[in-house]
Design a binder for this molecule. Structure first.
Ligand code: SF4
Ligand code: SF4
Length: 168
């Protein structure tokens, strides 16, 4: 899983080109792309933005390299979104696949929060702190999965919410 997350920088532009080519060559109706993105959100939340969307990829590339500024821009961008983001972002709360944390292996190091643009900007949001707003369930979480990729204890995963996995 971590290797898939690490290859997002390649997969995202690849999927974006595939989408653009499909729309251009096979005349795929954008309405169906929109409906498909929203319906897919019911399964995995707002992942379209960071894994498929050409605009999402362009915006990410155009953002400043400074990490604080980049976080602020990403937050604003994924807050605004588009119809696909609106629908799939709302679905983050109840999508079939969600980001789960295995409490027994988590050492509360905070690395997940430090790589998350939501948690790093909004102190009341966190991926691991009890009593906080779960960043991964908010509308703004674009399922970049950076938190899962960065966890040194492999305590975070994406899947069905289940026994032994915390939901704050
Ligand atoms: S990075 Fe992993 S171990 Fe550290 S606080 Fe987050 S979930 Fe827990
Ligand atoms: S997937 Fe994780 S790191 Fe990315 S925005 Fe959502 S909670 Fe933050």
């Amino acid at each position: 899983m971590k290797s898939v997350i690490a290859s997002r920088t390649v997969l995202h532009p690849f999927n974006s080109v595939l989408l653009v080519v499909s729309v251009a060559l096979f005349h795929v109706n954008l309405f169906f792309v929109m409906i498909g993105g929203i319906v897919a959100g019911l399964f995995g939340g707002k992942f379209f933005c960071r894994w498929i969307c050409p605009m999402g990829w362009l915006m990410e590339k155009m953002m400043p390299q400074d990490s604080a500024q980049k976080a602020a821009h990403l937050y604003q961008y994924y807050k605004l979104g588009c119809p696909i983001a609106w629908g799939s972002g709302i679905a983050n709360r109840f999508s079939l696949f969600r980001i789960n944390r295995d409490e027994s292996s988590c050492v509360s190091c905070g690395v997940c929060d430090s790589v998350c643009y939501i948690a790093s900007l909004k102190p009341e949001h966190s991926i691991y702190k009890k009593g906080s707003i779960d960043a991964s369930k908010t509308y703004n979480c674009s399922k970049c999965l950076a938190c899962i990729g960065a966890c040194p204890k492999d305590s975070l995963s994406i899947g069905f919410p289940g026994k032994g996995l915390t939901e704050k």
